[in-house]
Design a protein around this ligand. Structure first.
Ligand code: EPU
Length: 302
């Protein structure tokens, strides 16, 4: 979708929005899949409610893109614009056992920043790619750690109310890869409370998690992490592996040889290739195990 209306572009500029025309979302996602659209960089948090209202009044559909590491985006010219928070120099500071972090910060960067201030607990999250905001929204987790356990407060644009609000951690539900945030809400800042731990100890934990991850996941390939959620008490990766589907392909979309719940873009995969592979594998697992796997990756169809 293109914003060609000059007065609208001018109004957006006044609200602190930088308009980037015709951006390829292949370059913005870890899967390197996605079509083309205009990108609106929200440089001023305070005006976000006005920007949203303006887009609604002008009938411009939008989607908010975070780190782009857990999303599968449709091909071609997209029927919505992308909203994005600037990622350079995100705010991060520590006071006592609390860390105050902008949602646009890199998750791994936040873990190491806190570690340097002798605040631990999040070692398991070190290799999870993406932004702090994306991790919050999905309650990202690995190696026994979930970000939700440490959240004390979140500042967000609450879409239903059309304004910026602060929510206490206790009032947010954090479940397995799911939270009570609405899909349209935009995470802005988070306050975490973390246990004190000597830097060296945290570093040892980080190294251990990194090694485990390197040994079992295809880190150097284009993926969106695990494609399916694990079913209660089971493992999607193990089931797909047992069905001998490692290396199984649809076009350039392939089941990773290393971890069967990672689907990779092995060349020039389209969204259609990836969706076909996802449906094919889901169907095979359903036939063999009677379990319907639920997507972990977020799919934006056009
Ligand atoms: N397994 C296989 N073959 C495979 C993959 C896994 O047999 O190809 C077996 C493993 O040997 C193990 C079991 O399945 O016995 C579970 O595998 P693993 O320890 O790799 O964990 P997972 O359940 O597949 C989850 C998260 C990962 C997270 C790891 C580590 C989900 C969907 N996945 O994977 O998160 O990194 O645990 O804590 O919950 C993600 O969310 O995108 C993600 C990658």
């Amino acid at each position: 979708m293109r914003i060609s209306d000059k007065p609208l572009a001018e109004r957006l500029k006044e609200l602190g929005v930088e308009l980037r025309a015709g951006v390829s979302l292949q370059e913005k996602t870890s899967l390197a899949i996605g079509g083309t659209t205009d990108e609106l960089l929200l440089r001023n948090y305070d005006t976000i409610p006005q920007v949203m209202r303006l887009l609604a009044d002008e009938n411009i559909p939008y989607k908010f893109l975070g780190g782009g590491t857990n999303v599968l985006i449709a091909d071609g010219e997209l029927p919505w614009v992308i909203l994005h928070l600037p990622t350079s120099h995100p705010g991060m500071r520590v006071e006592g056992n609390r860390a105050y972090v902008d949602a646009s910060a890199d998750l791994g960067g936040m873990v190491t920043f806190c570690a340097k201030h002798d605040l631990g607990g999040m070692e398991g999250l070190i290799g999870v790619p993406g932004s702090v905001g994306g991790a919050l929204r999905m309650n990202a987790g690995a190696y026994g750690t979930q970000i939700g356990s440490y959240v004390r407060e979140v500042e967000l644009y609450r879409a239903a109310a059309g304004r910026i609000e602060t929510v206490r951690g206790n009032d947010i539900r954090f479940d397995y890869r799911h939270t009570s945030f609405a899909p349209e809400d935009v995470m802005l800042r988070v306050t975490l409370e973390l246990p004190s731990k000597p830097y060296k100890e945290i570093l040892a934990g980080i190294r251990m998690c990194n090694e485990k991850r390197r040994a079992s996941q295809p880190l150097n390939q284009k993926s969106a992490g695990c494609i399916f959620k694990n079913p209660a008490g089971g493992s999607a990766g193990r089931m797909i592996d047992e069905l001998k589907l490692k290396g199984h392909r649809s076009g350039d979309a392939a089941v990773s040889d290393r971890h069967a719940n990672f689907f990779i873009n092995a060349g020039n995969a389209s969204c259609a290739d990836m969706l076909r592979l996802i449906d094919d594998v889901r169907e095979r697992v359903r036939t063999a195990y009677g379990i319907v796997l639920e997507n972990e990756v977020i799919v934006w169809k056009n």
